[in-house]
Write a protein that binds this ligand. Structure first.
Ligand code: GTP
Ligand code: MG
Length: 463
């Protein structure tokens, strides 16, 4: 059972909801409410808010304040146990940011059993972010608000959030799906068995979708073996076989090691793939989850790169460390490591340059960074994260190979999966390197960097 279902169950049985409705009615009419027996299970503050409000103002008519709180309580109790539904109730009738919204949001936090201080902090940060972004109207930021709530309350795994993510992923890869799935459907409808001609045409589809020759061959071998094992050469069974195979391909477990904080992530990748913005998104996620984050500007090649990172750090309220343009990136990393340790940061994110024309130097520079932070802090950098841009198709493969050989890659973040038909490269990258894809970028907003789930990807691709 999910968090919301549990909470709802703890709140009340249907009778209690009815009792609440009655209380609400009485309160509206200004009729005094008698005490109920204490059989209701003790639970988060909604209960208390409603129960205590009338006691403090026994004789007075209900204030507008108790009214909205009671109304919200009732609505929350009756709503489907989903964050999205609850958020809809919270923002109902509120068009813009402001005290009314913050009161209601604080009330939701209370209802969910979160401490007051956490609610205050969340709201203050969110308000500051809205100012920074210039968002005023609820419709502009509701989705972001839900994402933040899910992160802050550790509800990202709730069914509702997973559904939302799936939808987002599904939309994000619609062009890739168009490229692959429509063609597969046509292929399947024109064949009565999985014969040689079928496989040849299937291979063509894979190549067109940027899976690449080598990976395509490997994939086909696996699929043929699966079909044989299942004793079928019926095209009707093909999609299920392909889905199973894709799920298996993506089952690369991320390397999780016990890390002695601060944890250090080094972001690598060629220029323009999205390293800097992904660092901001990761920092933001980590902060929402209560970690103290320091971002270091290891791309000292361009002043603009340092500034870009600083703007992001300020925007999300993360720590920031930089030296002048042209400084030695390893020195930046070393000093940032120092700062992270002495100031008690939980996570250090190292941005790096990505210029391609000095490939050898770049790799030397990266290994030097690794060396110096490792000297300062045992095991650091704990994760080398390679950022690749899905729109580059086959180049993603050579980049993975290059970086993996030079500095060792622990995981991959695939950006710009939205709006490309070349998403098939995910299959090739995973198949050929056996590296886990941990996040995918589905757009430019903060909420657009999401954990990658291979099973969902396979499903979204083939439905
Ligand atoms: N649509 C979309 N755009 C993205 C995504 N991730 C990053 N971008 C955009 O890609 C552009 C380049 O991003 P940066 O973060 O500056 O890339 P970088 O790797 O740091 O680039 P260099 O510092 O030049 O090496 C920016 O305009 C980002 O907004 C994504 O997942 N989807
Ligand atoms: Mg950058």
């Amino acid at each position: 059972m999910g968090f919301f279902s549990k909470l709802k169950k703890a709140w009340s049985s249907p009778e209690d909801a009815a009792q609440q409705a009655l209380d609400e009615y009485k309160r509206e009419k200004g009729i005094e409410i008698e005490e109920h027996s204490a059989s209701e299970p003790e639970s988060p503050a909604v209960q208390q808010t409603v129960a205590t409000a009338p006691q403090t103002e026994t004789d007075a008519a209900p204030t507008p304040e108790t009214d909205w709180q009671a109304g919200l309580t009732l609505s929350l109790r009756q709503a489907e146990p989903k964050l999205s539904q609850w958020l809809n109730i919270i923002v109902e009738g509120v068009d813009e940011k402001g005290p009314a919204l913050w009161d209601r949001l604080a009330f939701l936090f209370k209802a969910l059993g979160a401490p007051d201080a956490e609610a205050k902090d969340f709201i203050a940060k969110f308000d500051a972010w809205l100012d920074e972004m210039g968002y005023v109207v609820v419709a502009e930021f509701k989705s972001e608000l839900q994402f933040r709530l899910a992160l802050a309350l550790d509800l990202e795994d709730e069914e509702d959030e997973r559904d939302r993510l799936f939808l987002k992923l599904s939309e994000g890869i619609s062009k890739t799906r168009e490229q692959i799935t429509k063609r597969i459907d046509t292929l399947l409808s024109s064949h009565t068995s999985l014969n040689d001609e079928f496989w040849e045409e299937f291979e063509e589809i894979l190549i067109m979708a940027d899976v690449g020759m080598e990976a395509a061959n490997q994939l086909m071998d696996n699929l043929k073996a699966r079909a044989r094992k299942a004793g079928t050469d019926n095209p009707d069974d093909f999609k299920a076989i392909l889905r199973d195979e894709l799920e298996d391909i993506f089952k690369v477990p991320p390397r999780i090691e016990a890390v002695n904080p601060p944890e250090v992530l080094m972001m690598v990748g060629v220029n323009g793939v999205g390293k800097t913005t992904t660092i901001a998104k990761l920092a933001y996620r980590a902060q929402m989850q209560g970690r103290k984050v320091l971002i270091a500007a290891g791309d000292t090649f361009r002043a603009a790169a340092i500034e870009q990172l600083e703007v992001w750090a300020n925007r999300i309220n993360a720590g920031f460390f930089a030296k002048a343009e042209g400084s030695d990136p390893a020195a930046v990393a070393y000093e940032a490591m120092d700062k992270a340790i002495s100031e008690g940061y939980d996570l250090l994110l190292l941005d790096t340059a990505g210029r391609l024309h000095t490939k050898t130097n770049l790799m030397e520079e990266l290994t030097k960074i690794q060396r110096v932070v490792g000297k300062k802090h045992e095991g650091a950098p704990h994760r080398n994260v390679l950022v690749i841009d899905a729109t580059t198709g086959q180049n993603a493969l050579s980049q993975t190979k290059l970086f993996n050989e030079a500095v060792g890659v622990d995981e991959i973040i695939l950006t710009k999966l939205d709006g490309t038909a070349k998403g098939g490269v995910v299959v090739a990258v995973t198949l050929q390197n056996k590296l886990p894809i941990t996040y995918v970028g589905l757009g430019e907003k903060m909420e657009d960097l999401r954990p990658f789930n291979g099973k969902d990807f396979a499903k979204a691709l083939l439905t």
